[in-house]
Design a protein around this ligand. Structure first.
Ligand code: FAD
Length: 366
């Protein structure tokens, strides 16, 4: 190793958030810096596989991956970051972790258990809930609600599925063509879609099996799943040195090199950034690659002017509809059916994501 590389290897790099962006970055720099990954859970979870794991719990064994499996040369702190100063991060469990370089990748917050085994048990419990219900209410018509409706409609065709969405169309994060094609597909699977209504969540209880909408409709269902959006994982930054770097939506403002604006040694990547593009995991991975390149350069004393520039991703998104179909939006066209389904819906990119993390795509030691 050259002297500069040796020096870089002793630089303290702290990555906050072990989702798609943070895990990718931590893995790629683990042999180039002294890496610490902070995440409230002991595992990385492939987010777009969780709905399949609800209808087929064993699917979760490949999509829920302990951080230690891919981060073999780094330290994992299983806690939430609660504050940062110019030099260190404090965590909920009382640790102070010093950094030379910091990467914030706290994406979106959604409550999940700390332990992998608990998460896998959660999938089993959700599956049990679906299995024992005759009718199911899904609240929310974004990607999570739509993909869950698709999974249930295909694997449990005899269940009565109702999806209620407060917007005027499904999948508002992509174009209306994709929304229409999705609506048709769901109708063909006998999923009832109710638009422009809210389910009164205050009155929600699985015991009564009766749900009221904002327009006074009553929906009967044996159980329900809440698939409404999740907030950005930035509430904890509001009292920190980065409070002025948050925009009105709670996103972290970054420059073209993915550094937090005005900061020399703090980067932000993934869904937490204010980059005007669809929030997607494959783009979060691209952010991680650009930030990793820039961190390597800075840690080896390279010239800042040589830093890589992140180019905004194009409006591509694929939403799976059960195991074989999907709807896909590409820059010039939107298609649905078996072709996009062939790209995503069979394995939901789990094998390729595992491979990208240096893991066996198929086998899980359990
Ligand atoms: C149903 C669904 C389907 C999707 N399908 C696709 C798809 O097919 N392709 C695709 O590219 N994208 C897809 N996406 C989008 C993709 O999942 C996100 O863009 C991606 O997860 C963003 O990655 P991230 O690392 O920025 O954030 P996240 O994956 O949200 O990770 C954030 C991490 O930060 C941690 N964290 C939060 N707060 C703190 C804190 N204070 N301290 C420490 N850690 C913290 C969390 O525990 C989590 O591990 C889909 C999303 C959904 C919901």
């Amino acid at each position: 190793m050259k002297t500069q590389e040796l020096e870089a290897a002793s630089r303290k790099l702290v990555v906050i958030g072990g989702g798609v962006a943070g895990s990718t970055l931590a893995r790629s720099l683990q042999f180039h810096a002294d890496v610490t990954l902070i995440d409230p859970k002991e595992y990385f979870e492939i987010p777009w596989a969780k709905l399949r794991a609800m209808v087929e719990p064993s699917f979760g064994k490949r999509s829920v991956i302990n951080h230690g499996e891919y981060l073999t040369n780094g330290r994992v702190v299983t806690s939430s970051a609660v504050n940062i100063t110019e030099t260190e991060v404090s965590t909920a469990d009382g640790q102070l972790i010093p950094y030379d370089f910091l990467v914030i990748a706290t994406g979106h917050t959604y409550p999940v258990p700390e332990r992998r085994t608990e998460r896998l048990n959660q999938f089993k419990a959700e599956n049990q809930k679906i299995n024992s219900a005759g009718s199911i209410l899904i609240v929310g018509g974004g990607p999570t609600g739509v993909e869950l409706a698709g999974e249930i409609a295909v694997d449990f065709p005899d269940k009565k599925v109702t999806l209620v969405h407060n917007g005027s169309r499904l999948l508002e994060f992509i174009g209306p063509k994709a929304a229409n094609k999705t609506l048709h597909w769901l109708a063909s699977k006998k999923v009832e879609v109710i638009l422009e209504q809210r389910v009164n969540l205050d009155s929600v209880s699985e015991e009564s099996k009766t749900y009221h909408t904002s327009e006074g409709e009553i929906i009967n269902a044996d159980c329900y799943f809440l698939c409404t959006g999740t907030p950005p994982g930035s509430a904890w930054l509001k009292e920190t040195v980065l409070k002025k770097n948050l925009d009105s939506r709670g996103s972290l403002m970054v420059d073209e090199n993915l550094r937090v604006k005005g900061r020399k040694n703090i980067f932000a990547i993934g869904d937490i950034t204010d980059i005007p593009e669809i929030k997607q995991g494959f783009l979060a991975q691209k952010h991680a690659a650009v930030a990793a390149k820039n961190l390597k350069l800075l840690m080896t004393g390279g010239n800042e002017s040589k830093m890589a520039i992140y180019k905004r991703g194009s409006a591509i998104a694929i939403v799976s509809l059960g195991r074989k179909d999907a709807v896909a939006q590409f820059p010039f066209t939107t298609i649905s059916g078996r072709i996009p389904g062939w790209i995503k819906s069979g394995d939901l990119f789990v094998g390729s994501t595992r491979k990208g993390m240096g893991l066996d795509p198929h086998v899980v030691d359990d």
